[in-house]
Unconditional design. Structure first.
Ligand SMILES: [Zn+2]
Ligand SMILES: [Zn+2]
Length: 280
């Protein structure tokens, strides 16, 4: 079984009830965090996990809403890992990730210096192990495999999606993308597809050009559902709602997805949890 928890279902626009984009994937003893938008560690705490417990951080792309709390994840893991030699945090992301991680650690350079000076058992900065990739298998540990494929979020490039396989089950995390061949291939036959969605029917009528621009490089609810249908997945899990999903409108969003996809549709608030089993 793979357990998917939507830690943050929000977007770049702050929302009182929705943290920034982040999804927790737990299977066996492994805890994978996919993206780390604002508020991620508060939501992770509510889901019963913390930065020190992460097996790996996976980044779909380097847009601010998806990496807003990267510094918090790095520093909090460092100061809350009380083991003798905390393992470096594996961070898997597209090219550019190493530079972003390095710059983030530099931004917290004073903090890191204060803590090393103050605590006898902190002798080195946070340990990370960054792996940049756009395609292929990137993880094979204790029965959990992760594969990566390019997505299409242009002009943001490169961007990637992840396919996590464990215990016979498979979950694909698309990130932000328009429908594309890379994602279709990655998601083919998976048990579940976690996809970010926007309402183009609403955004395309907004007066601000900058908001209408958002339509260019995201999938609408219907497009994400059509991707799920083409890939033959059993479950579509929608997240990253733009505009924010308003209480009472869940059925409207669900109906839009159901117009293109006849499988199980999951959507909801932060901490919505979905169990994904092999073959259903
Ligand atoms: Zn994005
Ligand atoms: Zn986004």
């Amino acid at each position: 079984m793979i357990e998917v928890t939507l830690l943050g279902t929000g977007s770049p626009i702050p929302d009182a009830g929705r943290a920034g984009p982040a999804t927790l994937v737990r299977t066996g003893a492994q805890v994978l965090l996919v993206d780390c938008g604002r508020g991620v560690l508060q939501r992770a705490a509510a889901a019963g996990t913390g930065a020190a417990g992460l097996s790996a951080l996976l980044l779909t792309h380097l847009h601010s809403d998806h990496i807003g709390d990267l510094g918090d994840v790095l520093i909090t893991r460092w100061i809350s890992g009380f083991g003798p030699a905390p393992a470096p945090l594996p961070i898997i992301g597209p090219p550019g990730t190493a530079e972003t991680v390095e710059a983030t650690l530099k931004a917290f350079g004073h903090d890191i210096g204060y803590r090393i000076a103050h605590h006898a058992d902190l002798n080195a900065p946070p340990a990370v192990e960054v792996h940049e990739c756009t395609e292929g298998q990137v993880w094979d540990r204790d029965g959990v495999c992760i594969r990566v494929a390019p997505t299409d979020h242009r002009p943001v490039t490169p961007t990637i999606g992840f396919r996590v396989e464990s215990d016979g089950a498979s979950v694909v995390l698309a990130g932000d993308t328009v429908p594309c061949a890379g994602l279709d291939a990655l998601a083919a036959g998976a048990d579940a597809l976690v996809h970010t969605v926007i309402r183009k029917d609403i955004l395309s009528n907004m007066p601000q050009q900058r908001i209408r621009d958002v339509c260019d490089y995201h999938s609408s609810v219907e497009e994400a559902a059509a991707t799920a249908d083409r890939a033959g997945v059993s479950t579509l899990i929608m997240t990253h709602y733009v505009p924010a999903l308003v209480p009472g409108q869940e059925e409207q969003w669900r109906a839009l997805a159901a117009s293109k996809f006849s499988g199980r549709i999951e959507l909801g608030d932060d901490l919505h949890r979905v169990e994904v089993n092999a073959g259903r």
